[in-house]
Design a protein around this ligand. Structure first.
Ligand SMILES: Cc1cc2nc3c(=O)[nH]c(=O)nc-3n(C[C@H](O)[C@H](O)[C@H](O)COP(=O)(O)O)c2cc1C
Length: 209
C-alpha cells in the first residue's frame, strides 16, 4: 500500500462500509488524525477536534443513533432503491445493502472517528449548518490516509441528525458540534476504483454556457 501514489489513492478511495471487528493499532489511529489535522481551515482557526470512539458503550449509543438515521433515510426506498443517471438500480441496491450492513455492525467496528468543530462560542443551528467548510478538508485527508494505509473508512452523517443526542452521548461542550462519523477498520470488501461523472460533464472553462 505504501507505494500507492496520491492519485492512485484518490481514485481508489471508495466508501468502505464492511469492516472487520479486529482492532486497529492505536498508532495508526493517531496517524489518521494527524493527517486530518494537516488540512486547511478558514483563517487558519484550526477548530477541528477529533474523537476516536472505541468504548463499546459509546459505540452502542452511536450505533443506535445511526440506526434511527438510516431507517428514516432508507425506509422509503427499501423495496425500490431507484436509479440515477450515473448509478443504475443494481449499484444503488448494493450501496443500500452496505449501508444496512454498516447499520447492523456499527457497534462492532473497532473505531468510530467523530469529526467535530470547536467554534469557541456556543454553537447555534446556523453555525452547525454552515461551519463544515473547515472540517471537511480534514475528513477527506483522513479518508485518503486510511486508504493509503490499507484501512477501510467511509464518511457518514446519518447518526448525527439529532445534535442534542450526539452532544449528550459524546459529552461535547456547547461550543462543539459533530459533523461526520467515520467508521474505521480493516476492510472486508475489496478496494476498487471510484465511479464518477466524466470531466466533460462537470467542468467548463471560463463561463458555464
Ligand atoms: C456529506 C456526506 C454524507 C454522507 N453520509 C453517509 C451516511 O450517513 N452513511 C453512509 O453509509 N454513507 C454516507 N456517505 C458516503 C456516500 O454515500 C459515498 O461517499 C458515495 O456514495 C460515494 O461512494 P464511493 O466513494 O464508494 O463511490 C456520505 C458522504 C458524504 C460526502
Amino acid at each position: 500500500m505504501a507505494d500507492m501514489d496520491l492519485f492512485d489513492v484518490m481514485y481508489h478511495c471508495r466508501a468502505m462500509r464492511k469492516l472487520d471487528s479486529k482492532p486497529v493499532p492505536e498508532e495508526l489511529l493517531i496517524k489518521l488524525i494527524d493527517a486530518a489535522n494537516q488540512a486547511p481551515s478558514g483563517s487558519n482557526m484550526q477548530g477541528g477536534r477529533w474523537l476516536v470512539v472505541r468504548d463499546p458503550a459509546v459505540k452502542q449509543e452511536l450505533a443506535t443513533l445511526n440506526r434511527q438515521g438510516v431507517e428514516a433515510y432508507i425506509g422509503p426506498m427499501k423495496d425500490n432503491p431507484g436509479s440515477l443517471p450515473h448509478q443504475d438500480e443494481d449499484k444503488r441496491r448494493r450501496m443500500m445493502y452496505s449501508v444496512l450492513w454498516q447499520m447492523e455492525h456499527m457497534h462492532e467496528i473497532p473505531a468510530l472517528v467523530i469529526a467535530c468543530m470547536d467554534f469557541g462560542v456556543k454553537v447555534d443551528d446556523n453555525m452547525a449548518a454552515r461551519g463544515g467548510g473547515s472540517i471537511w478538508p480534514g475528513i477527506q485527508n483522513l479518508l485518503l490516509a486510511a486508504r493509503a494505509l490499507g484501512l477501510g473508512a467511509a464518511p457518514t452523517t446519518l447518526a448525527l441528525g439529532n445534535r442534542e443526542a450526539v452532544a449528550k452521548t459524546l459529552n461535547l461542550p456547547d461550543t462543539m458540534s459533530a459533523f461526520c462519523l467515520i467508521p474505521v477498520g480493516y476492510p472486508l470488501g475489496n478496494f476498487g476504483p471510484v465511479t464518477r461523472k466524466p470531466t466533460t460533464e462537470i467542468m467548463r472553462f471560463d463561463r458555464w454556457s
